[in-house]
Design a protein around this ligand. Structure first.
Ligand code: ZN
Length: 466
């Protein structure tokens, strides 16, 4: 064993997922803990992370003009026959019968989003403005062979930050370039991952012409036209953002070519390239859902495209890659435990005042919607306790409260800096409302708030976990 941790270890330390690819005998002697295969179980820490991420992503998209939907996991197979999935994607789908009717677990959200668009066209006619953008944190299930499953990176059940944009043909290039700008804001402001030549490549994923009609839906002419249009758009984006483009023959979706965001992240086995977001160009589903006809009827002579896009791609895989890159440290807004309060004993006993102040700080932070824990420690045990925190749940802020701090009405705060990988120490005054500490916290939340308009505050007392 190399001793190098990977994302499964980091996720476990943060309580983000419980050994996602195996059966873990954690409960006791009688029961194993069954999760999977390929369906990671997000534990309490993971639950907070996902909820915070959901709030950020929903608000991020709503501010950019996307409507928000939530569509069912279970679908009648008819819908996926109409979309072509049953012909071109069947081997990846879970299909079964109930009461003589065939159902499928949705492998993609697109058909539902198109139905929503069509129902709005039917009800509100040309008051529906194009481009029409619809977003969902969409949980999908796809079959993957059991041998290929791995941690959070290769799973059978995952959530996409998925959206579909129905755009007039003439606006498609601008819409795609706007989506790339959204990708950049999200990666840089929310996750601190820069988009530049050093770590990002665009992969133009094309069809394999020999498989048109079998693996790729539509005609040779349609694929040619779509691929050359997308190629031009990709090279403009690459020029603007100073990133490279490469071609991936046979990597297209079955309904159209796409641009994939390939990002280099540090991992347990060195720097590795990950497929993150994707922007896909589709000329097939609009035809199958008769969208061309409805659009012509309502808006007059107009051609539209559907753009499928996800900025992070699979949330699970993104979290896995992110944890390896930042060695298990999540941004403040998403960290399961945000603030650890260490109450320091003088001698063998915890001073009543220290206990009082620690509890008060905890209550105040909880009332502000933060996730906190109090841990008692002693002068001699302190460095060991901090080491343990740093190698387990890794709170972005550690607040030390001892007799000296109580005497001086101060808090000693150690703030983790994701960029430098170190903590900086400062001392802040506290009064009735912990204003100075809250300023540090708001600073931590600033860039997420700037990009998404929210600072998710989901409170919890996680003292049992430290
Ligand atoms: Zn789609």
């Amino acid at each position: 064993m190399s001793g190098e941790k990977d994302h499964i270890d980091y996720a476990h330390e943060l309580d983000v997922a419980i050994k996602p690819d195996s059966t873990v005998p954690l409960i006791g002697k009688e029961y194993g803990y069954f999760s999977g295969p390929g369906v990671p179980l997000f534990s309490i820490g993971g639950g907070f992370l996902r909820q915070a991420l959901q709030q950020i992503l929903v608000s991020f998209h709503a501010r950019r003009g996307y409507f928000i939907a939530e569509t069912p996991t279970l679908a009648s197979s008819e819908l996926f026959k109409l979309s072509g999935h049953m012909d071109f994607y069947r081997e990846n789908m879970y299909v079964f019968n109930i009461e003589d009717r065939e159902f499928t677990v949705k492998p993609m959200n697109c058909p539902y989003h198109l139905l929503i668009f069509l129902s709005h066209l039917a009800r509100f006619r040309n008051r529906v403005k194009l481009p029409f953008k619809i977003f969902e944190m969409g949980r999908v299930h796809r079959y993957e062979p059991s041998g290929s499953l791995y941690g959070l990176l290769r799973v059978r059940g995952f959530t996409q930050d998925d959206a579909h944009i129905i755009t007039p043909e003439g606006e498609a290039a601008r819409v795609i370039s706007d989506v790339f700008e959204e990708m950049r804001s999200l990666m840089e402001l929310v996750f601190g991952l820069p988009i530049d030549e050093g770590n990002v490549r665009l992969r133009l994923s094309l069809s394999d012409r020999s498989q048109i009609g079998t693996h790729f839906m539509g005609s040779w002419e349609e694929w040619s036209a779509a691929e050359s249009a997308l190629e031009e758009i990709a090279s403009k984006i690459a020029e603007k953002y100073k990133v490279k483009v490469s071609r991936g023959v046979g990597e297209a979706a079955f309904y159209g070519p796409k641009i994939d965001l390939m990002m280099s992240l540090r991992g347990s086995s060195g720097v590795k390239e990950w497929q993150m977001g994707t922007i896909q160009f589709d000329f097939n589903l609009p035809r199958r859902f008769k969208i061309y006809d409805y659009v012509k009827e309502i808006y007059g002579d107009m051609n539209v495209f559907i753009i499928h896009r996800a900025l992070l791609g699979s949330i699970e895989r993104f979290i896995g890659g992110y944890l390896e890159h930042y060695k298990g440290r999540l941004p403040f807004s998403m960290a399961p435990l945000q603030v650890a309060i260490i109450a320091i004993k003088a001698g063998g006993e915890l001073d009543v005042k220290v206990e009082e102040v620690s509890e008060r700080v905890k209550r105040e932070l909880l009332s502000r919607g933060l996730r906190v824990a109090v841990k008692e420690s002693s002068r001699t045990g302190l460095s060991g306790d901090v080491r343990l925190l740093e190698s387990s749940i890794k709170p972005p802020l550690i607040v030390y409260i001892g007799p000296k701090e109580v005497r001086e009405s101060t808090l000693a705060v150690a703030v983790y800096d994701q960029r430098t990988g170190r903590r900086s120490n400062m001392s802040v005054k506290y009064g009735e409302t912990l204003e100075e500490l809250m300023k540090i916290i708001e600073e931590q939340e600033k860039s997420v708030r700037e990009a998404s308009g929210v600072s998710p505050r989901i409170p919890a007392d996680l003292s049992h976990m430290v």
